[in-house]
Structure formats: C-alpha cells, structure tokens
Design a protein around this ligand. Sequence first.
Ligand SMILES: Cc1cc2nc3c(=O)[nH]c(=O)nc-3n(C[C@H](O)[C@H](O)[C@H](O)COP(=O)(O)OP(=O)(O)OC[C@H]3O[C@@H](n4cnc5c(N)ncnc54)[C@H](O)[C@@H]3O)c2cc1C
Length: 377
Amino acid sequence: MRVVVVGGGVAGLATARGLRVAGHEVVLLERSPVLRPSGGALTLWSNGLRVLDEFGVDLIGVGREIDSFEAWRSTGRPIWRVDVTAIRQRLGRGAVTIPRSRLVERLATGLPPDVVRFGCQVVGIEANRQGVRVLCADGSDFEADVVIGADGHRSLVRRLFVGGVAKPTGWATWQGLVESEHPIATGAVGVNVIGPGGVAGFLPAGEGLLQWWFEVPHGSSEIAPWSPVEKLRARFGSWRSPVPEVLAGVTDAELFPHARHRVLRVWGGERTTLVGDSAHVMPPALAQGANQSLEDAWLLAKLLSDDVSASLRRYESARRRRVAIVSRLALLATTQQGRSWTRFSGLPTRPTTWVYGTGLRASSTLLSGGRRLRRRW
Ligand SMILES: Cc1cc2nc3c(=O)[nH]c(=O)nc-3n(C[C@H](O)[C@H](O)[C@H](O)COP(=O)(O)OP(=O)(O)OC[C@H]3O[C@@H](n4cnc5c(N)ncnc54)[C@H](O)[C@@H]3O)c2cc1C
C-alpha cells in the first residue's frame, strides 16, 4: 500500500519505520529542512523500547540505561524508589533516557534516503473513496492510499478530518540538557524532587549529558520567559541537593507549556488516521508521550491492510483506551503530585516497583499482549 506520513518527529519516523518493515511503500513529509534536534531528553520505557527492538532500531552508544528512579521531598526526605532492574526482569526491558535528537537520528538512520522529504509543509489533503492527494506549500503533491497524521499537537491532519484542539493544563516544564560532571549525569539513577508548588527532575542522558527540568504551574508571571534561570534559582535554590548545584551551572532554559487532548473514539476519515501527539498529546509527568507514539506506530504497522477504513478503525479502537488511561494518569500526576506526595515518605520499594510495573503493562497495548480492558476510560 502507498502511505504518506505527515510529520517527521518520533511518531512519524517510527511509523515510517514500522510500515516499511510491514512491506508498505512510504513517503514522509516534514516541513523543517532537517530533522528537528530540539526537545531535551526523553525516557523510553519497557513498551517503547520493545517497539524499537521490533523495528530493528538500535540505541548502542547513545542514551543511558536507568537502574532506578527516586523521589524525594524538597526537604530531603525520601518518598519512593522504583527498582527498574526488577521491571526489566519482569517486562523484558526497563528504561533508557536518551536525547530526543539522538532518538530521531536513530529512527531516521534505517530509512532509505528517498523516504523522508524535508521542506514539505503539507497545506491540504484531498480524500475520496479511491485514494488521497496530499498538497505541499511548495506546489508538490503526493498520491497515496492512506495518509497518517504525525504532525504534532497542532496537527493539520487532525483539524481537517476530526477536529478537537489540545487544551492547556495550567502547567509547564522549564528544562535543559547540559554537559555535566555531576554524579547524576554519569550514574544510572533518575531523581525527582517534589516540593510546594513544583517538581524538579534530573536524569543522566548519556554522553555526559544531564537532563534537568522543573514542572511548575503556568500562567503566573512568577517564572517569566525573560528571566527563567534567575527565577528558578530564587524559587528552588533552597531545595535539597542536587537542585542548587545543578541550577548554579545552568545558563538557559526551554519552556514547554503542557497541553492535553481529549482522546477521541475516531481519529480520522476513510483513509486517514493519526499517531503520536496529533492524536493524544498529554502532560509529560509519566514520560509516556513518545512511548505511546511508538506503540501507535507498532500497532498501525501490524493492522494496516487492504480493508483500509476497517483496519484504521481497529487500530484506533485498540489504542484509544490504553492511551486514555495514560493521559488521565499523567494529568493527575501533574496536578496532584505536589499535594498528595507530601503526605507520604519512605514507601517500600518492592510494592512501589510492582505497582509501577503493573501500571506500565496496563497502559500498554504491546506489553498487555492485546488483552481487552474491561473498564471504559
Ligand atoms: C517537556 C517534555 C518532556 C517530555 N518527556 C517525555 C519522556 O520522557 N518520555 C516520553 O515518552 N515522552 C516525553 N514527552 C512527549 C514526547 O516528546 C512526544 O509525545 C513525542 O515526541 C511524540 O511527538 P510527535 O512525533 O507526535 O510530535 P512532534 O515531535 O511535535 O513532531 C511533529 C512533526 O511534524 C512536523 N509538522 C507539523 N506540521 C506539519 C505539516 N503541516 N507538514 C509537514 N510537517 C509538519 C513538525 O515539524 C514536527 O517535526 C515529553 C514532552 C515534553 C513537552
């Protein structure tokens, strides 16, 4: 089948990889002139890593395998620890943190050079029962049997075929990826520090890089784009180590306001569907946006068949419920964590790890082996 994928982020590149593995003819249209390197580092969990394995994407030499994630109060009291080595044993894969730029590089490396067309901004799509025509701003056009929207949370494909915009959650992340000699950068432990009015996070991302971020309520003028580092230092500088040390070495910060879609029943028309953030942008609290995008790519590649419309709806129906769970939990985790975690401390690691692993499996189509969810979310 001839497939056009719109958008060359994690979701689009993975979809192109998966569809090619499944034997389809693929063209990917990306509006940027090159792969976009922005976006700090991502955590790939057991589900996303298993998809990459199936697509033959290797991460050798990039990123960092994580052994545990820990959460502390801003005062220094430990709250919980998730033993990722136990999750690795249980689910086959654990967690790897990797700069987004490295992940898109590795996803693109396996694609023949004529698959990705850079500088093609899609401006229109004409669909009928026989096929689809995709129109680009430079006047070029592409005929296809199916079009997959992987064009991010402001998706044109979504706007044309289903509608429904992502709403701000009222939270945002300030983040950066820096070269660092801090022990976290060279270790295998991810750290969350939770305190009044926000969460700080630190991760090793491989190649001596440290990913740091602060999740804060968004919309107040307290941390403004023109002086973020100064304001972050003023607000979080007295928190437990490593917050002050890392902030001391930071010179610049990127802002990501969080947005969330309501996960719809149907994601496209007769010959169109969506993958990744275009279908289900969610807050990053559970580190699942890219992982769920990889799962979309994996399932779509498995299900797409000559009975186009039916296979697209089967894909959406299987993904929708899992994605909706993750998205709700991610919202809850963001809006509640400052409040609810301050009631706990010293949670035992084994049950915490078991709950995390079980949640990971329940929110994944791949890890749950396609078992049906009983409850509607
Ligand atoms: C602060 C933050 C931290 C995160 N951390 C994690 C994490 O730890 N783990 C995790 O799993 N996820 C994480 N995520 C989420 C993750 O980054 C995304 O869910 C994931 O990258 C999927 O993105 P995408 O490919 O769907 O969209 P995008 O990355 O937005 O890519 C869309 C692409 O489409 C292109 N495009 C758009 N319109 C057009 C058009 N008209 N024509 C042609 N091309 C077009 C764009 O240029 C872009 O390249 C995080 C997100 C944020 C904001």
